[in-house]
Design a protein around this ligand. Structure first.
Ligand code: SF4
Length: 436
């Protein structure tokens, strides 16, 4: 597949292309390429996909403290910085499976903390999962069967741009009337709701209380008071009735838009609502959002090291602590003295920190300032083949190379950096699974 576009002949538009630019991982894009290798989404992509696929594949320089440098010199400078680090970290991790795997191998060599740029949202879900468990479904099941969607949040266009095209109102569905699903949007704002949907306005800080009241109403109990989170109880009663009467209901949310201090509490309440509704009909949770292959990065860490992200690798057995090894906190406290930041995909803005940094970034990645070392890398799914994990957690989708790459892959750069560092004094006891 990697050689699929070899040569310079203009190929016909490619169909069924997987988009790597959000966790929906849409696999139906049609992409055309001109003689210069310029890509253009001609069908099925959202505005973000159209913009990012159109990024030109230009050769880009490496930089050392703002001065252009060769790749070899940039790697030497990065190795010198990392060799002397006492408390290093490898973050961002917005890359395909192979890129993440190489980043974790580097972290293992360095004895570094690992964390993803979007892991706050990820860990809201993981903490809730530990407390309540979760009943979810694949995107395919929802697309083909779900007839009611209760969605908490408002920024679906930003976090799951094709949610309605692909899952809620798809053009075809196997076991329900396509386009017939109805639902409720619960969240701030009072704009027009999509067809078949009703908007119930509430601040998402009240999401746990609203979901808890819905659980009570679904089982026939009467919550106290006449409003919850600003929503009239009779309106919530209609939502509960719809959940009870649905053949296949869905409770969805975008973790990134929940209360940052208590997103896990909200997701626990959503998970409980799903379980409650399942006592009388079928219902599934739908976590939405997530960029930069955050879920995939967590999977790679788990299968290679037996621990999720927010772990320290390499210094003996992996050590996981979701609070102590939250990278944003460590950077704010000055607890990191050298940072490798990987941003081959979107969704991993380079942190505005004075911590000496080696940045591996796709071309066009905004930088708050010149890092110690900047190495541009290829974009997975455009410049090289690979895989990413879809937001429903069940499918690793294959990415294709769509044009002749002008930049090295993140994995190649990280492996070259690894070769410049001394072997770890610690035995690699936990990374025995072959890279996928
Ligand atoms: S919704 Fe996400 S995966 Fe689908 S085309 Fe848009 S950016 Fe790509």
């Amino acid at each position: 597949m990697d050689d699929e576009l070899g040569g310079s002949d203009l190929p016909p538009p490619l169909s069924d292309v997987v988009c790597p630019f959000c966790a929906m991982a849409c696999d139906d894009l049609v992409v055309a390429r001109d003689q210069a290798g310029q890509l253009r989404v001609t069908a099925n992509g959202c505005a973000r996909a159209r913009t990012l696929f159109a990024l030109p594949a230009l050769p880009a320089h490496c930089f050392i403290r703002g001065r252009a440098a060769s790749l070899d010199d940039a790697l030497d400078a990065a190795a010198a910085l990392l060799r002397n680090a006492g408390s290093p970290a490898v973050g961002g991790l917005a890359a395909d499976t192979e890129g993440v795997s190489a980043a974790l191998a580097l972290a293992e060599r360095l004895g570094a903390v690992v964390d993803h740029a979007a892991s706050d949202s990820l860990f809201h879900g993981l903490r809730a999962l530990q407390v309540t468990g979760a009943m979810t479904a694949t995107f395919g099941e929802l697309r083909n069967r779900a007839d009611l969607f209760v969605l908490f949040g408002t920024e679906f266009d930003r976090h799951a741009p094709r949610l309605f095209d692909r899952i809620v109102h798809p053009p075809t569905a196997l076991f329900r009337a396509a386009g017939a699903a109805s639902g409720f949007l619960i969240g701030p704002g009072d704009g027009a709701a999509p067809e078949g949907f009703e908007r119930l306005t509430a601040e998402l800080i009240h999401a746990p209380a609203i979901a808890a009241a819905l659980s009570q109403l679904v089982v026939g109990e009467n919550p106290r008071g006449d409003r919850v989170g600003g929503i009239a109880m009779e309106d919530l009663a209609r939502v509960a009735t719809a959940l009870r009467e649905a053949r296949f209901g869905v409770v969805g949310w975008i973790a990134a838009t929940l209360d940052p201090a208590a997103g896990d509490v909200a997701i626990e309440a959503f998970n409980r609502l799903v379980v409650t509704a399942n006592a009388s009909t079928r219902c599934a949770g739908l976590p939405l959002g997530g960029k930069g292959n955050a879920l995939g990065a967590n999977y790679v860490c788990a299968w290679q090291y037996g621990m999720p992200l927010r772990s320290r690798l390499g210094a003996g057995p992996p050590e996981h602590d979701p609070l102590r090894y939250r990278l944003k906190s460590l950077l704010a406290e000055g607890g990191i003295d050298a940072l490798v930041w990987l941003s081959a995909l979107n969704g991993a803005e380079v942190p505005d920190t004075r911590t000496p940094m080696v940045v591996l970034a796709r071309p066009g990645q905004p930088l708050p300032y010149d890092p110690e070392v900047l190495i541009p890398v290829a974009i997975p799914g455009l410049d090289h083949a690979g895989s990413i994990h879809r937001g429903d957690g069940v499918a690793a989708l294959p990415l294709r190379r769509l044009r002749t790459a002008t930049l090295p892959t993140a994995a190649a750069v990280l492996n070259a950096l690894l070769d410049r560092l001394p072997a770890s004094p610690h035995p690699a006891l936990f990374r025995e699974t072959a890279h996928v």
